[in-house]
Ligand binder design. Structure first.
Ligand SMILES: Nc1ncnc2c1ncn2[C@@H]1O[C@H](COP(=O)(O)OP(=O)(O)OP(=O)(O)O)[C@@H](O)[C@H]1O
Ligand SMILES: [Mg+2]
Length: 253
């Protein structure tokens, strides 16, 4: 509700009335039958990236920060990795922890909609596309790249490829490419463990694909050819490849 108030219809559905005690919101009506999910991925990615940037206004005080989330992940990831039965190599865990340490300092404070994905952008009359159902934190906009990859991962890896998608997000949202990859790996690792704990079978494999492909920038195998979670042959033990240059220095994959 706070975010919808702050945006006041600029990029989002308008909040017309609210009754916080009853948890009721009256929203501008958008077209629930048409979302960015319906656009081909090559068209949807630039639109959602521009939306991410447009919604990144100055945040109010008191929000959770992306740096704070990274600090929490430094504590929680090892325990969750153990509880999940060590689903990936310890060197991959170390990589994630190194990234979490690197990303734990908040350099810029922007409003980040951390539940922005293709189903949550609906067609409107006043504007072609408007956001619904936001969740917000303050900090680095690059935080949101991961979810924009895993929510349409199968289409992305089939074509046009993960590298195209990350580059397109970076370009259209004016992101820092290194931070974008680093946050994508960290959030995919976090969601991988979360998904396993929740009993998901698809998204953990997708997250594994994101981590692996972002590490190597090599062959972009379709998700169906990736080994299932739990069989981590060699993952995380590859020598650095040429695409590693832009990765944060703490990467030990
Ligand atoms: N302003 C709107 N105009 C038209 N339809 C809307 C609007 N807001 C929400 N909807 C419809 O309601 C659905 C759920 O809305 P919303 O995402 O806000 O709720 P939710 O409880 O978070 O659901 P979910 O868990 O699926 O995200 C949307 O996918 C859309 O179909
Ligand atoms: Mg929703």
């Amino acid at each position: 509700m706070l975010a919808l108030r702050l945006w006041d219809g600029n990029g989002s559905a308008r909040l017309l009335e609210a009754d916080p005690e009853r948890g009721a919101l009256l929203l501008e009506r958008l077209d629930h039958r048409r979302s960015l999910r319906d656009l081909p991925i090559r068209r949807a990615v630039p639109v959602i990236a521009e939306m991410l940037r447009r919604l990144a206004i100055r945040p109010p005080d008191g929000l959770r920060t992306t740096g704070g989330i990274a600090r929490q992940l430094q504590v929680s990831l090892p325990k969750r990795w153990e509880v999940a039965g060590r689903p990936f190599s310890s060197s991959m865990l170390d990589t994630a922890l190194g990234l979490a340490a690197d990303l734990s300092t908040d350099h810029e404070a922007l409003l980040v909609n951390h539940d922005l994905h293709y189903d949550q952008v609906l067609a409107g009359d006043r504007e072609p596309w408007l956001v619904i159902d936001p969740l917000i934190v303050a900090g680095a906009l690059e935080y949101q790249v991961g979810q924009l990859l895993w929510t349409r991962f199968d289409e992305i890896v089939e074509a046009p490829g993960l590298r195209w998608c990350v580059d397109a997000l970076v370009d259209a949202a004016a992101l820092d490419a290194t931070l974008a990859r680093s946050w994508a790996v960290l959030r995919a690792t976090d969601y991988w463990l979360w998904g396993l704990a929740a009993g998901f079978t698809g998204d953990p494999v997708r997250c594994r694909g994101i981590v692996k492909l972002l590490d190597t920038w090599e062959g972009e195998s379709p998700v169906s050819t990736l080994p299932s979670p739990g069989r981590e042959e060699g993952l995380g033990r590859r020598p650095p490849g040429p695409g590693r240059r832009n990765f944060l220095a703490h990467s030990r994959l």
